[in-house]
Design a protein around this ligand. Structure first.
Ligand code: NAD
Length: 488
């Protein structure tokens, strides 16, 4: 991979000299090679970016006042510019965070354009205001105004998809934004800046300042921000929520998970193994919604353990940029250490290791961990309760459906999950009992037209679908003159 270097930041619609002199060095997760650098954002850069976003939002003839159709035209051009950069986007993400290139092409090269087009169509078709007959006569004009300047903070695991879960609805609603990417995945964010400029996005509508958690904290608390949208760990979300609570600043939080993949006693897992893989181990286990707790009926426990063990042992582990790779490295050395510490805890707690547990013998560079399966796991054990964020599955036995529901719901999280059965109606009935923001039946794939988000410690608020744009709108009621002959 050729080395990519940027010396300036995208602020106020132009390439701008950074306030500081430090840079973020990016390394390949697969080879540990130096693959690029970008300026490390400074608090002064965040200040400049927020001021630019504020000026763009407050402009009386600007973005926020444009018709939804006019904004949609620009967002559709933005989508086309991103599409033209899709392959390079996939390659940069894959090299940085270890996402297998086949997955990056499907998700990271695709989701941004699909989200921009989805929300452009939504605002074109539904508009931003409606006139309602009054409950007691008269009529009310309900206007969904943009909430203002958004501070958006994203993690490294699906950097493009998650960024555009925020950018697309926020900009379609008429908001302006300062985006802070995670330091591990910055090279792809600069392609977004290039695409925004090529599409003619007006100055200040989107600004991108990369940096770490202190910079993120500065953005969250900065005056001039009207709304915060955060995706990341529950620990960071709690700190951000405290700040937003003090400031009475609206906040959307998409946080961690420890979802259950519930195998019912009539499931044919082997026939659905690719879908089961996508629901449990996609992106090397680095996705928040994955069902990393496999709940298996005691009546078929050994056969489920064998299937899951066989799946993990059969995966092609390799360089993320190799199209044959099914499981790449973890994003960084600290993340690999963290995952290995959980494997050590799993062993110390007496769980039975049936696959993996170490580093692949044929890889001496890169932050690899073997796909790992623990069996006979007690639901109270650490590896069954805490989010590991790596390719580590825990297979937990249950006696009957009532116990399966209790175990599935027996965590602090509630983000995703899946139910597997030969009888889709039975599985759907089970899914209704799972305390979670979303559950898949015989698969788990996000639907960008339907709300996604968490309950309990998995977050507050929803992204995707009409609910996703509502998070960036403030409804205002104008009670129309009762003496006017017709409604507005
Ligand atoms: P993280 O919380 O450490 O960092 C996420 C982002 O927040 C980064 O950009 C980081 O720089 C920034 N940040 C960290 N602390 C901050 C603070 N106090 N104030 C402001 N910004 C701060 O998480 P991570 O390790 O990068 O990502 C993995 C986590 O993200 C996992 O827990 C995973 O479940 C979660 N995640 C959740 C979803 C979801 O939709 N629910 C999606 C993807 C990832």
């Amino acid at each position: 991979m050729t080395r990519t270097r940027y010396d300036r930041l995208y602020i106020g619609g132009a390439w701008t000299d950074p306030a500081g002199h430090e840079s973020i060095q990016v390394r390949s997760a697969s080879t540990e090679e130096d693959i690029g650098s970008v300026p490390l954002g400074d608090e002064a850069d965040i200040d400049a970016a927020v001021d630019a976003a504020r000026a763009a939002f407050d402009d009386p003839a600007g973005w926020a006042r444009w018709s939804p159709e006019r904004r949609a035209e620009v967002l559709e051009r933005f989508a086309a510019e991103l599409e033209a950069r899709g392959e390079e986007t996939a390659r940069r993400v894959s090299a940085q965070n270890g996402m297998p290139i086949a997955v990056a092409r499907r998700i990271e090269a695709n989701a941004p354009t699909r989200l921009l087009r989805y929300y452009s169509k939504l605002v074109r078709e539904t508009g931003i205001e409606e006139c309602r007959p009054g409950a007691f006569g008269g009529a009310t004009l309900v206007v969904r105004e943009p909430v203002g300047v958004v501070g958006a903070i994203v993690p490294w695991n699906v950097p493009q998809g998650i960024s555009f879960m925020k950018i697309a609805p926020a900009l379609a609603a008429g908001c302006t934004m300062v985006l802070k990417p995670a330091p591990e995945t910055v090279l792809d964010a600069f392609l977004v800046a290039e695409a925004a400029m090529a599409a003619g996005l007006p100055a200040g509508v989107l600004n991108i300042v990369p940096g770490g958690r202190e910079l993120g904290a500065h953005l969250v608390a900065r005056s001039g921000i009207d709304k915060v949208s955060f995706t990341g760990s529950t620990a960071a979300g709690r700190v951000i929520a405290e700040t937003c609570g003090r400031l009475l600043r609206p906040v959307t939080l998409e946080l961690g998970g420890k979802s259950a993949a519930v195998v019912l006693d009539d499931a044919d897992l082997a026939a659905n193994i690719e879908k089961f893989f996508a629901a449990t181990l996609l992106n090397n286990g680095q996705i928040c919604y994955l069902g990393t707790r496999i709940l298996a009926p005691r009546s078929r426990y050994r056969s489920v353990v064998d299937t899951v063990t066989g799946l993990a042992s059969s995966l092609v582990v390799g360089d993320a940029l190799d199209p044959a790779t099914q499981l790449g490295p973890l994003v960084s050395a600290p993340q690999r250490d963290r995952v290995e510490s959980y494997i050590a805890k799993g062993l110390a707690e007496g769980n039975q290791l049936t696959a993996g547990g170490g580093r692949p013998a044929d890889r001496d560079r890169g932050w690899f961990v073997e796909p790992t399966v623990f069996a006979d796991v007690d639901p109270s054990h650490t590896i069954a309760q805490e989010e590991i964020f790596g390719p580590v599955l825990a297979v937990i036995p249950y006696a009957d459906e009532a116990e399966a529901v209790a175990i599935a719901n027996g965590t602090d999280y509630g983000l995703g999950g899946s139910v597997w059965s030969s009888d889709p109606e039975r599985a759907t009935a089970f899914a209704r009992k799972v305390h979670s923001g979303s559950v898949g039946v015989n698969h788990y794939v996000n639907d960008l037209g339907a709300p996604f988000g968490g309950i309990k410690q998995s977050g507050i608020g929803r992204e995707f679908g009409p609910e996703g744009i509502a998070a960036y709108q403030q409804p205002k009621s104008i009670y129309l003159d009762p003496s006017a002959a017709t409604a507005h």
